[in-house]
Design a protein around this ligand. Sequence first.
Ligand code: PGA
Length: 251
Amino acid sequence: MRKSVIAGNWKMYKNVGDSVTTAVALKPLVANANHCEVVIAPVFTALKSVADRLEGSNIRVSAQNCATERAEGAFTGEVATFMLRDAGCSHVIVGHSERRQYFLETDQIVSQKTQAGLAAGLMVIVCVGETLEQRDQGKALDVVKGQIVGSLSGLTASDLDRIIIAYEPVWAIGTGRTATPEQAQEMHAFIRRVFAEGHSPAAAEALRILYGGSVKPDNIAGLMKQTDIDGALVGGASLSAESFAQIVNYK
Ligand code: PGA
């Protein structure tokens, strides 16, 4: 039985004070959510303060990005995964479509970041997803397969249970347009097959695959009913403690 994961990606929103306020407000609202793992991903500058305030709670803290380099060094502007651990993170998100699109991250870069996250003992949430143009051209499955294979190259069997995949169709992110539960299910089942081929059927069976893209309190239940949807990566609707808690407590 896979334990689902509901993660809030705060993107470049909230200063330190607002991040702490939201995290503290969220704590009691999700305290009884034993059916899933709850994760929030504030901006880098708020990670330590948020993690300190959430100590002892059931909310885990994730970074939204990390350096490809594992050790400290002369890499201006970068943050290494061991530093994220040090700041209180247990997770890191890599390969978000905004990073692929605006910061030109390739599968090779995402793969290096995945490896760096694993090396530091983090759970790594690897994002994949096709654009609308790619879907309209009938290429969605091929694109996502390429991202999975490219972003997860070189993993060993012992790494696999620290990988979480987030399928986020680019056309559904921040647009209010969600994939239907059936569209999402089709892709999630496909991702699980690709993972089984690349690794093992047992690892694929245990893999958590999250859906992301305009997840809201009123569409989460329909998505979670699908066999291969094991949680959600939530952007806009995670910024308010109340709406994120409604998503977490969808049952
Ligand atoms: P959204 O973002 O929920 O605002 O569509 C999801 C994401 O980008 O992770």
